[in-house]
Design a protein around this ligand. Structure first.
Ligand code: 5AD
Ligand code: FES
Length: 363
């Protein structure tokens, strides 16, 4: 007989079958899952939501992931890189508004010039904000020396989504060449942890070819690698990418969204003290998607601080929300939304992952 949802939820250690059952829960069982995740969130990380102002620094990318709108082969977009002044303006805005943290994100470029540019920017950011901002980087796979250099220049967190932890699935959604190897991605995640970054990863949910078993393995991957922060969300088709031709094989968007919510709830329950983002992709499918994510365990939101003129060119997927709202409008709408979800904003606090400090203690 199948164990009850109550007995699964309160287990100390969850096996693959437990995770599978949570992921497949419907109606009453799903309600229990969500309620339990909300309870764990309240008990472990509290009801504060932390802001990470997102700066989409450049859409130039050397890679060609089959799902991504800014992939190298997409000739339909205008490529841009923000000027240092534009970055510093965005950073100053975040600082003034007490966001306490920013994320510097860009397509993946690994070159000595890129390393230098980012180090230089990090130094300017530190100077402009009195070293007070918690800086997260999301700049793809990089060499150990580069990661160290950026860490020394003030970055404290790094996001590198594994995208899909199953090697078979990974190889189906990426070109088959040395630039797109799951092994390198996993090694980079390990390097980030070794270098002392608070390390974030995550996956896309509802990818073509993806099975429920793949999603169970994704959760186990995140748990077994002792990840500090998670960002995950539904896969959303983009018409100028190769995977678009498989759009008829996908789960309906609503189901991808629903599965993403369950993934967040399960991770909150089995990892408890990590930070989990309510991703923008959640909102692309459901107007109150991020609030729903907050309710079932997420505690991080990334308001977009990229100047509006660049937003059209940073469409990783279609229907990306808030592409025409300036930072100030974004902030007002977010505040109302967070309160609506029953949380409050941790202004002026870094809101570091509690898991990271627990991990340091045991290292
Ligand atoms: N749908 C949803 N998420 C996507 N990303 C890239 N392309 C898509 C898409 N089509 C996500 C990837 C990447 C993050 C910055 O955006 O997971 O890591
Ligand atoms: Fe840029 Fe995947 S397309 S990293």
């Amino acid at each position: 007989m199948k164990p009850s949802m109550d007995s699964i939820l309160t287990k100390q250690i969850h096996n693959s079958d437990d995770i599978f059952q949570m992921l497949n829960s419907k109606e009453d069982e799903r309600k229990k899952l969500f309620e339990y995740a909300a309870k764990i969130k309240k008990e472990t990380v509290g009801n504060k939501v932390y802001f990470r102002g997102l700066i989409e620094y450049s859409n130039i990318c050397a890679k060609d992931c089959y799902y991504c709108g800014i992939r190298k082969s997409n000739k339909k977009i205008t490529r841009y890189t923000m000027s240092d002044t534009e970055v510093i303006d965005a950073v100053k805005y975040a600082h003034k508004e007490n966001y306490a943290s920013i994320v510097l994100q860009a397509g993946e470029i690994s070159s000595p010039q890129q390393t230098k540019n980012i180090t230089n920017l990090l130094n300017q950011i530190a100077k402009a904000t009195n070293n007070e901002l918690g800086i997260t980087l999301s700049l793809g796979e990089q060499r150990e020396e580069t990661l160290k250099e950026w860490k020394n220049a003030g970055a404290r967190r790094y996001l590198l989504r594994i995208e899909a932890s199953s090697p078979e699935l990974y190889s189906k959604i990426h070109p088959d060449n040395p630039m797109h190897k799951i092994e390198t991605r996993i090694e980079t995640l390990k390097l980030l942890q070794k270098t002392g970054y608070q390390t974030g990863t995550g996956v896309m949910v509802g990818l073509p070819f993806q099975t429920a078993e793949d999603l169970v393995s994704d959760i186990e991957f995140i748990r077994d690698n002792n990840i500090d922060m998670v960002g995950l969300g539904p896969y959303i088709e983009h018409k100028d990418t190769p995977l678009y031709s498989l759009r008829n094989t996908l789960l309906p968007q609503k189901e991808r969204f629903d599965l993403s919510l369950k993934m967040i709830a399960i991770l909150r329950i089995i990892m408890k003290d990590i930070n989990i983002a309510a991703s923008t992709a959640m909102q692309a499918i459901d107007k109150i998607g991020r609030e729903k994510a907050l309710k079932v365990g997420a505690n991080i939101i990334m308001p977009n601080l990229t100047p509006v003129k660049y937003r059209e060119s940073y469409l990783l997927y279609e229907d990306k929300p808030c592409i025409d709202e300036e930072a100030e409008e974004c902030k007002n709408c977010l505040e109302a939304r967070i309160v609506m979800a029953g949380d409050e904003i941790g202004y002026g606090e870094w809101g570091d992952s509690k898991r990271f400090f627990a991990r340091q203690k045991h290292a």
